[in-house]
Design a protein around this ligand. Structure first.
Ligand code: NDP
Length: 246
């Protein structure tokens, strides 16, 4: 039997792509899911699918850029399922652009969702996990959190930050509170992520890169693997990319 059986997992950005596939993967192993994103209709549909196939999923419309809404999400999980075993801070945006295009609003959005959203997710579950002296926080970074390319300055900045925050969290919490922290860094994955790009000069290059993109179930399996490992084993980071992506 999977160690995920009856484990309560919160997934942000669960309304599409990697988050949606992660919900399906974890529910197939018996996890109890709390799905969060802004599009409630999509969450409802995914939760219905999970529940109809014998799993357990509840959902709550949540904007990860709101500290209060993230706190409410954690309270909801605890009230409904009595505990929180893990959170997958997956919600993210990737409106790539050249800095000289001065897409300041998009920079702000990326910083708010990709960095602050992860921090609020950590903050929402940390007191509960510290009290129980167990828990697992998985944060989604990117290959772009390891390397920068023209057009990825701000996005990469946010994903470098996710890696720094996760590593700091691991160092602070692993010894005493036994909380595990894992970074998952995907390469090109075919999801809705590229639809947020508005800089026409970037689109062509990104479309070319995404011709080799792998499907989101590959990342869902990686997340499941990290979560299923025994409590004394901490998977610190996994980079997963298409074989052909250099
Ligand atoms: P999608 O666009 O399919 O999913 C993004 C998810 O984030 C959606 O569920 C969206 O839901 C949610 N989201 C966006 N803004 C907010 C917000 N303010 N509050 C709550 N939820 C929000 O893309 P992916 O599945 O690809 O992205 C998932 C993660 O994977 C991201 O962090 C991304 O950076 C990362 N990643 C993806 C790669 C790829 O190639 N696809 C590569 C490397 C990393 P809603 O709009 O309903 O709120």
């Amino acid at each position: 039997m999977s160690s995920l059986k009856d484990q309560v997992v919160i997934i942000t950005g669960a309304s599409s792509g990697i988050g949606e596939e992660t919900a399906k993967e974890l529910s197939s192993k018996g996890a109890k899911l709390v799905l969060a994103a802004r599009r409630e209709d999509r969450l409802k549909e995914i939760a219905n699918q999970v529940n109809q196939s014998g799993g357990q999923a509840i959902f709550k419309s949540t904007d990860v850029t709101s500290y209060e809404e993230m706190e409410e999400l954690a309270s909801f999980a605890q009230e409904e399922f009595g505990q929180i075993d893990a959170i997958v801070n997956n919600a993210g945006l990737m409106p790539l652009s050249y800095l000289n295009k001065q897409k300041v609003k998009e920079w702000d959005q990326m910083i708010d969702v990709n960095i602050k959203g992860v921090l609020y997710g950590i903050s929402a579950v940390l007191p509960h996990m510290r009290e129980r002296k167990k828990g697992h926080i998985i944060n989604i970074s990117s290959v772009a959190g390891h390397v920068v390319f023209p057009g990825s300055a701000v996005y990469s900045g946010t994903k470098f930050a996710v890696r720094a925050i996760t590593d700091g969290l691991r160092m602070e919490e692993s010894a005493d509170s036994k909380i595990r922290a894992t970074i998952i860094s995907p390469g090109a994955v075919s999801t809705e992520l590229t639809s947020t790009i508005t800089d026409e000069d970037i689109k062509g290059g990104v479309e070319e890169l995404y011709e080799q993109a792998i499907t989101p179930d590959s990342i869902a399996r990686t997340i499941r693997y990290a979560l299923e490992e025994p409590a004394e084993i901490a998977i610190n980071e996994i980079v997963v990319r298409p074989t052909s992506q250099t």
